[in-house]
Design a protein. Structure first.
Length: 335
């Protein structure tokens, strides 16, 4: 067993002590700390035993019989001096095993000094520069927990998620992509209403393929579904009293030429709102046209109307965040 690091009698100068680092002698030397007592003998890789000088009571004490690697054993003293040296060496070995290793530092005079480190090491890497623990980094929210976009997997497109909007939850309508955060009591038949929602679906039950024709056909249904009757037949806004077209025309969506129609809807109760039907070609699956509906409440609590245009401009094919413009990119709805 290799002796533990520590101060031992210097094989090249018995009047001083020299540091053994556990594998070899270093250049650190010092005068013995306890004058009048012999310093420990130099360490040896394997301790041996010698009998106690007590007749009839054989016993052993550890004894280092040689120097460190490449070192010559110094001459041994005689009589009581040798016994004191042997006992001291054994005490040093036991103390070093129990308390760990010594850590060397430099005093003002440039000589080595010993400090006792903690008994148990907790890391094999370098010690920190100070004793203050480094705080763990604050976990941050992942994209999956708070996405910047929502995805329509069926139609292969993504929508940007503006501030104040969230992915759908607790929503009975089909194909809802996003809703405004929070709800309010509907002004007429009761129930719970939201200030805005965006719906995306595939047009399949129609032989028509023209985005303009499909958008013009859908706008009335979009208005009725949003402000006339709900899914169970109630009239949360008391029904539609009037509507007017406030915008229509070609629009570029993810590099594809589409068409939109926008209505301003006035209801019996509440401020009414805006609905928009927008249709554009798909390049995935059955390549059927994609219909996107917007429903925005009017009034101070409704989403800004310009947000319809920002969402439209942010629609992208799945996996292509940079796609935009294309055919019809110079045209679009105006508020």
């Amino acid at each position: 067993m290799t002796p533990p690091p520590g101060w031992y009698r210097d094989p090249s100068g018995p009047h001083q002590e020299r540091w053994w680092d556990g594998t070899a002698w270093t250049e650190h030397r010092r005068a013995p700390e306890a004058p009048g007592y012999g310093a420990p003998l130099p360490p040896q890789p394997m301790p041996q035993a010698v009998p106690q000088a007590v007749p009839g009571q054989p016993s052993t004490v550890p004894l280092f019989t040689g120097g460190g690697p490449g070192q010559r054993q110094p001459g041994a003293g005689g009589g009581r001096g040798k016994a004191v040296a042997l006992v001291t060496a054994a005490a040093v070995l036991v103390a070093a095993v129990v308390t760990g290793v010594f850590v060397l530092g430099e005093d003002d005079g440039g000589g080595p000094e010993a400090r006792t480190p903690p008994a148990t090491a907790t890391t094999t890497g370098p010690a920190p520069a100070s004793g203050t623990p480094t705080p763990s980094p604050t976990p941050t929210e992942s994209v999956a927990d708070d996405p910047a976009v929502v995805e329509d997997q069926l139609n292969g497109i993504t929508f940007p998620l503006p501030d104040g909007w969230i992915p759908p939850k607790y929503v009975a309508e089909d194909d809802v992509m996003m809703i405004t955060d929070g709800t309010y009591d509907c002004p007429a038949d009761g129930g719970v209403c939201r200030h805005g929602l965006v719906i995306s679906r595939t047009v399949t039950a129609n032989a028509e393929s023209s985005p303009k024709a499909l958008a013009e056909q859908d706008i009335e249904d979009a208005a009725d579904d949003a402000y006339e009757r709900d899914l169970v037949g109630n009239k949360p806004f008391g029904g539609i009293r009037a509507h007017e077209e406030v915008g229509s025309g070609p629009v570029a969506v993810a590099g594809r030429a589409g068409y939109y129609v926008r209505w301003r809807v006035r209801t019996a109760e509440g401020p009414g709102g805006y609905v928009q039907s927008m249709v554009f070609p798909s390049t995935v699956g059955t390549e059927s046209p994609i219909l996107v509906r917007y429903v925005f409440d009017a009034g101070a609590d409704g989403p800004p109307l310009a947000e319809m245009d920002r969402i439209t401009k942010g629609i992208r094919p799945v996996g292509d965040a940079d796609t935009g413009g294309g055919v019809g990119s110079g045209i679009g709805p105006t508020s």
